[in-house]
Write a protein that binds this ligand. Structure first.
Ligand code: ZN
Length: 187
């Protein structure tokens, strides 16, 4: 028995169909939909960790150009995964969902104040935001599960190397969405 939370990272229009799109992202949408729906059924909190940039953010200016600019359509979660009632949205301005955001406070306050102990990550991109969010989760003592068919990257190489790194360095358990949701039922 563990206190889990699902964190959906950057499934935003700009990353799926917009300026920084990855064709590969489309493949994980149905799996993430299942993950979110099953989490909801079993009372597992669902958190959206979303880029919401200012145009002058370092990451925008120095690296990627305009993407997921706060309050634009590009920064909205894709329609298929639109947050439902009871879901949490935590905006971020760098790769990690924890850096200078309210994510840790939120995780600590769930389960009647007992807090979350296991974070389940899905979304984009395996080797960037999933990796940096995992790093910060690991530093804070959370167990990490990664949905192998619920994360993607710009290339197969980025994705595969990304998963390997998460397993080796953060001791992340890499499982399919079906395996992850099967364990919800046992709780
Ligand atoms: Zn960004």
């Amino acid at each position: 028995m563990s206190n889990k939370a699902v964190i959906i990272v950057d499934m935003l229009n700009d990353f799926v169909t917009g300026d920084l799109k990855t064709e590969r992202a489309a493949t994980i949408v149905p799996n993430l939909k299942k993950l979110v729906e099953k989490a909801r059924e079993h009372g597992v909190p669902v958190i959206y960790s979303n880029d919401a940039h200012y145009k002058h953010d370092f990451e925008v200016v120095r690296k990627w150009g305009d993407h997921a600019i706060k309050d634009t359509l590009g920064a909205q979660v894709i329609r298929e995964l639109a947050p439902r009632e009871g879901a949490f949205i935590v905006e971020k301005r760098v790769y990690s969902g924890f850096y200078e955001t309210g994510l840790e406070l939120l995780l600590r306050s769930l389960y009647g104040g007992k807090g979350v102990d296991t974070v389940i990550l899905g979304g984009l991109h395996t080797h960037i935001c999933i990796r940096h969010t995992s790093a910060d989760a690991f530093f804070r003592g959370y167990r990490i599960e990664i949905a192998s068919d619920g994360v993607e990257a710009f290339s197969q190489k980025d994705h595969e190397e990304g998963l390997k790194y998460l397993e080796e360095v953060y001791n992340a358990e890499v499982k399919t969405v079906n395996e992850i949701v099967a364990e919800f039922k046992k709780q």
